[in-house]
Design a protein around this ligand. Sequence first.
Ligand SMILES: [Zn+2]
Length: 523
Amino acid sequence: MIRSFLAVAAVVLAVVLLLTSSGARPKATGDSLARAAVAAAASPANAYAAVPVGVALTRTGRGFWVAEANGDVIPEGDAVFYGDPASVNLAGPITSIVATPSGHGYWLLEGNGGVFSYGDAHFYSSAAAAGGLEPNQPTLDMVSTATGNGYWLVSRDGGVWSFGGAAFHGSARPLHPPSAIVGMAATPGGGYWEVARNGGIYSFGAAFHGSAGPLDPKTPIVGMAATPDGGGYWEVERNGGIYSFGDAVFHGSAATAPLPAPAIGVVSTANGGGYWVVLANGTVRSFGNATPLPSAGLVSSAFSLVGEIITVDPGHNGGNRYDPSYINQLVWNGREYETCDTTGTETAAGYTEAAFNFDVGTRLATILRSFGASVVMTRTNNTGVGPCVNVRAAIGNNAGSDADLFIHADGGPPGGRGFTVLLPVADGPNDGVIGSSLQLGLDVRSEFGPGTGEPVSDYYGVDGLQPRDDLGGLNLTTVPKILIECANMTNPTDAALTENPAWRQLAASSLERGLSLFLTGVA
Ligand SMILES: [Zn+2]
């Protein structure tokens, strides 16, 4: 209810801004912005960073609006600024922007289902007001009816909300899609499709014309667009690849050369004779009769993590040492029995690993959330006991995590230092995620060293990697998961680093870059 009120208030604010604003907005000068600085520069009004999440084209095709997770709307070309919720204390990241059919306004979608309306866009209610969102399943896309007299919202798990003149024809949610829903498109007649990361298309009141699913896309599908007559659609892949179905014509793809940023969507031209592929740095690539548009001033150095579910698992817990009977209970770890948890190590000065793990994990969660990710923590303080390693794995599994990071520091030989990535070994439960976990480990390794200055371990593993088949957290995972020993707390050099909050911040931002590299293909 609060969100719908805010959205109405935003309309009023938009009118005020229309009367007072010149339409100009400051632009990010991206190249000079380090990724960590982007996260640190989250909007003063909310927790989200200035990372592009969507682009809407003007009716002329000679301009576009870029929406950012923090609510900024940045007009390019002939796009007019009608207002934005950047000064609102958002309840979730902004996830999408949709222009009205006239081009004289736009809606912004918030991850918690809220809708903000500007210009001639009408507010018809929102999923935040209607209810029904599941935890960690944000609303990711929104489509207007052909006349703009209503709209549909779709959530990551396939739920659909329809408002105004938009009719409800069903949703993919009851089908429990095995792959996250990332977008939707509608026909002029009021039917619609949902598209999943694996390329699958779900049709409701609209004809099915085929899907990219059987073609086994190399990278995830990130969005779709319908032709103006609703007789077909395009799917776009993260690497810029385009798949055409029905009367949608293939006019080329952005996948022929490496992109500077992952693709995040596709937009049809007014007559369907071309399309723009939208990139995560807020620029577009033009195909067919789509007007070539300059990159303009907006090039973000950091990319949105909207729609990604990440479990952050800070190892041990501050209370473990006081409850040996609890942490010494035996739990099945997928291969053998193992103790529930352990106390962890500490530095010579008494700074505990549990405190280090929790501090880095908390810093990491803040950065990930600022980029729009849904973050699940296996523990939310450093004063409790456990949870046991099998429960930690279950938390990440049950959340349907796209990645799960088990954060530790080592208690190795005092003469050795460095970090090590521990990798799962196939044992049955984790068989499906051995390859993806290895990739996650390689991506984290490639970012953690350069980002923190920490060398790979000189006493453990090979080149910073060590397979382990005796850890419940890795044996029982059904989602990509690794364990990182960030440093050796018994080594004086490494101990000083772990005791330094500035280094822990570097560790967190480096882990975020590794996760982003894994999840988006770009660090
Ligand atoms: Zn540990």
